[in-house]
Every structure is written in structure tokens, then in C-alpha cells.
Design a protein around this ligand. Structure first.
Ligand SMILES: [Ca+2]
Ligand SMILES: [Ca+2]
Length: 195
């Protein structure tokens, strides 16, 4: 009898332990992801804090890759220009192209005609747009670099070659190969070459 009780208690205790373990297991993965976050998310400085761009821009509308590969974000384009000293009286004319994409940058906008949220890349190499919260979002771009850049869509496995110094105001007018739709809201990766 006592033995049974003991074994019952032991089982109950064991169950409780298993239960806790299950809870820990259930909670562990997100915690681990948040800690390591090796994944995908690119971290950016924005108004004195660090944000993960893959999880949203937290109010920023302009995010800019730095020469060292880090990212900085701004409330708006004015804030950015101010910080760069590009709005100051006497700032060199022609530093910024008419549609706001400096030389050496590939700029992508969320909306057509260079409107809406805007992301700028400057470093050579492949950039996964989902890691900066911009996957399948670009509706216009300006490759203000000497060399062409490559814009890649995972869905069709195809590449749009963006000629150097060439703005494109309306991606809905550019068809993908094989009639699988347009390039509007389709770009997943961009590849920049040494400029
Ligand atoms: Ca869009
Ligand atoms: Ca795509």
C-alpha cells in the first residue's frame, strides 16, 4: 500500500518534472532564436536604439547601409540628410541625384516613382532583402553605381540586370521572363559588384 502510494507520488513527481521540462522545451526555441539571432535579421541603429530590420522598421522610413556594412535608420529623409550634412548651406551641389540616391548606392523604394520606404545599399556582395525587412517590396529603384547590379527573384529564379546610373520608376512595367508576372514587389536579393 505504502509502496503504491510512494510510487504514485513518484510518478506524479516525475510527471510534474516532465511537465516542467515540456514547458522549458516549448519556451526554449524562441529564446534561443532571440539570443543568437544569427539568422537573418540585420540590426540597425535607429534613434539611439538597436532594431532588427527583419522584424519591422519601428517607424523609420529610410535605412542606409554604412561603408562598414552596418545599418542606420532615420525617421525620414530630412533626418538622414541633416545627419550627413547634405542639407547644409554650401553642401556640394549634385551630391544627391534628383531622386535622392547618392553615387555608389543602390536604392530601392517600397512604392513606385521613388516614394515610400527606402533602403540604400553600398557594399559589394549579395544582400538578402528579407533580412532588412524589404523582401518582395520594391516598386522602384535607382542603381546609381558605375557597374550593373543584379536583382534576383527567388520565385522565378531569374535576375533583373540593373544598369549603372539608371533609375527605374515603375517595376510593374518590367516583365519577368516566361510571362510569370512583373518585377513589382518581387525582388528577394540584390547583388552589388565592386564599384
Ligand atoms: Ca511595395
Ligand atoms: Ca520574390
Amino acid at each position: 500500500m505504502t509502496g503504491k502510494k510512494t510510487s504514485f507520488r513518484a510518478s506524479a513527481h516525475l510527471l510534474a518534472l516532465v511537465g516542467s521540462a515540456a514547458v522549458i522545451l516549448a519556451l526554449s526555441p524562441p529564446a534561443a532564436v532571440a539570443e543568437t539571432n544569427t539568422g537573418n535579421g540585420v540590426l540597425a541603429e535607429y534613434n539611439g536604439r538597436t532594431i532588427d530590420l527583419s522584424e519591422g522598421w519601428q517607424g523609420a522610413t529610410s535605412c542606409v547601409e554604412q561603408a562598414d556594412g552596418g545599418f542606420r535608420c532615420y525617421d525620414d529623409e530630412e533626418d538622414y540628410l541633416e545627419e550627413q550634412g547634405l542639407d547644409a548651406p554650401g553642401a556640394e551641389a549634385g551630391t544627391i541625384a534628383g531622386d535622392g540616391c547618392e553615387r555608389r548606392y543602390l536604392c530601392l523604394w517600397d512604392d513606385r516613382y521613388y516614394a515610400g520606404k527606402k533602403v540604400r545599399f553600398v557594399k559589394a556582395g549579395r544582400h538578402d532583402l528579407s533580412s532588412v525587412g524589404f523582401g518582395n517590396r520594391a516598386n522602384s529603384f535607382y542603381n546609381n553605381r558605375t557597374l550593373p547590379s543584379e536583382l534576383y527573384d527567388v520565385g522565378c529564379g531569374c535576375t533583373l540586370h540593373a544598369a549603372g546610373r539608371q533609375p527605374r520608376s515603375e517595376l510593374s512595367l518590367i516583365e519577368k521572363p516566361n510571362g510569370v508576372g512583373t518585377w513589382n514587389n518581387a525582388i528577394d536579393d540584390v547583388i552589388l559588384h565592386n564599384d
